[in-house]
Design a protein around this ligand. Structure first.
Ligand SMILES: [Cu+2]
Length: 481
């Protein structure tokens, strides 16, 4: 492996030398002479998601220096699960680059010395074979330079294209570069950077610990996680985005893939304007916009009603079972003429951890991880505070039925429940689907959490108890009364 890298490195390096003008080899003072003498030299402001660099107010093209360091980092991908991400700039997605049409971009790609792999960068904003990749093949502890002219306005994906390309992208090596039109984009009140990606871990969804990349799942296009901004919860709870009623909000949305296309949707909002596929022509009044792998879109909406808006990949199992949810919290005065205040609590508010209820006792790992499972899985029906919905979903808060039989409650989560369930004197004649796809620990924690929240108080449930119940079969629990 090492020898192979060394060889391809040599090859990559010689390709750079053979294919470039002498100016490329000039380090230091001469580098700015590439651009026309009048144009200014600018060092690009780069931002980590969800932040976006400020709009460009220059009236003329400039020579823009972009400095990116590739870092291979271990970071949380969800809850107590970690993953070795390969990143442009230390996080997923890579730093946002903002330039103007006509700018000459001088990009420095640095590969941190402690990294294990060579990397490069292919920017879809580049005109030329390989989009920059052949000029930037960079070994750990090296840096390379690429200069290109941003010929065309648009929102473009950049990504690593070092072999195996799919693996570098699957590990998080993508980001966005915005090439603003000469007149700039219309002014808005807020801009956000959101990028979707699919991830393939050896362990299942929410399996704890450091997870290895699973090449077979990637080839089969069966992601364990589909995420916004590289981690579950990166845009929910304390990390939710914020805006105010009356504001116009613009999202620069990219999709790194490597495999999935995104059906990007903001629940409860209509996109006033979409720059479809990141190009310059716009579409109005769009509900869901399709963002291809290796593509992007600019979407804009005006916030008129306060509350929580969930952004999702509307391939909806990805949102509720693979992590692709974010929250935009909008503050301001209610607008009952647009949206009645009575029906404001819709069943869609079940974004993970956004409104996770406060544990009342048994603080600790089981409670906090149980709260996460509850928010992402159970709250969609039983509601954020376990209060249920009249005639549809029984409450877990204060439920005599839940607290009467611990073993039965494990069976309910594993196999689902049907029949006439009587909770605190109210009868529910409905059905709950099985949740056996959750791991033993998740089920134990969510039940421990439900049995000790909102006034409930009971013995914790252990993963072993769930495992032995599972081993004895998981039939649907039938309640006959
Ligand atoms: Cu790479």
């Amino acid at each position: 492996m090492r020898t192979h890298i060394a060889l391809s490195l040599l090859f990559g390096a010689s390709a750079v030398f053979a294919g470039t003008s002498p100016l490329w080899l000039t380090h230091g003072e001469h580098r700015f002479t590439v651009s026309s003498s009048e144009s200014a030299n600018v060092v690009a402001t780069l931002t980590h998601a969800p932040q976006v660099p400020p709009p460009i107010d220059r009236k003329k093209p400039a020579h823009v220096v972009v400095d990116i360091e590739v870092k291979e980092v271990v970071a949380p991908i969800a809850g107590d699960t970690t993953y070795t991400f390969w990143t442009f700039g230390g996080r997923v997605p890579g730093q946002f680059i903002r330039v103007r049409e006509g700018d000459t971009v001088e990009l420095h790609l640095k590969n941190a010395p402690e990294n294990k792999m060579p990397h490069n960068i292919d920017l879809h904003a580049v005109t030329g074979p390989g989009g920059g990749a052949p000029r930037t093949f960079t070994a750990p502890g090296h840096q390379t330079e690429l200069t290109f002219e941003a010929l065309r306005a648009g929102l473009y994906v950049y990504h690593c294209a070092a072999a195996p390309v799919g693996m570098h992208i699957a590990n998080g090596m993508y980001g966005l570069i915005l090439v603003e039109p000469p007149e700039g984009l219309p002014k808005v009140d807020r801009e956000f950077y959101v990028m979707q990606g699919d991830f393939y871990t050896a362990g299942g969804y929410h399996e704890k610990g450091l997870q290895a990349f699973d090449m077979q799942k990637a080839i089969d296009e069966k992601p364990t996680y589909v995420l916004f901004n590289g981690a579950e919860g990166s845009l929910t709870g304390p990390n939710a985005l914020h805006a105010k009623v009356g504001e116009r909000v613009r999202f620069f949305v990219g999709n790194g893939g490597p495999n999935m296309v995104s059906s990007f949707h903001l629940i409860g909002a209509i996109f006033d304007r979409v720059y479809r596929e990141g190009g310059t022509s716009t579409e109005t009044n769009v509900q869901t916009t399709l963002i291809p792998a290796g593509g992007a879109a600019i979407v804009e909406t005006t916030m008129r009603v306060p509350g929580e808006y969930a952004m999702v990949d509307h391939s909806i199992f990805r949102a509720f079972n693979k992590g692709a949810v974010g929250t935009l919290v909008v503050d301001g005065d209610a607008a009952p003429n647009i949206y009645s205040t009575q029906t404001k609590d819709s069943l869609w508010l079940g974004s993970p951890s956004a409104m996770a209820p406060k544990p009342s006792k048994h603080d600790g790992d089981a409670m906090s991880s149980g709260a996460r499972v509850f928010a992402s899985t159970c709250a969609a029906c039983h509601q954020q505070q376990g209060q249920g919905v009249a005639r549809a979903y029984p409450p877990l808060a204060g439920s005599d039925f839940l607290m009467a039989d611990k073993d039965r409650s494990i069976g309910i989560v594993l196999g689902g429940v049907q029949g006439r369930v009587s909770v605190n004197g109210q009868t529910y004649d409905s059905a709950m689907p099985p949740h056996g796809h959750l791991g033993d620990e998740d089920i134990a924690n969510v039940l421990t959490f439900a049995r000790n929240s909102w006034g409930n108080s009971g013995a914790p449930v252990t993963a072993d108890e769930v495992a032995s119940k599972r081993a004895s079969g998981t039939p649907v629990v039938k309640v006959a009364q």
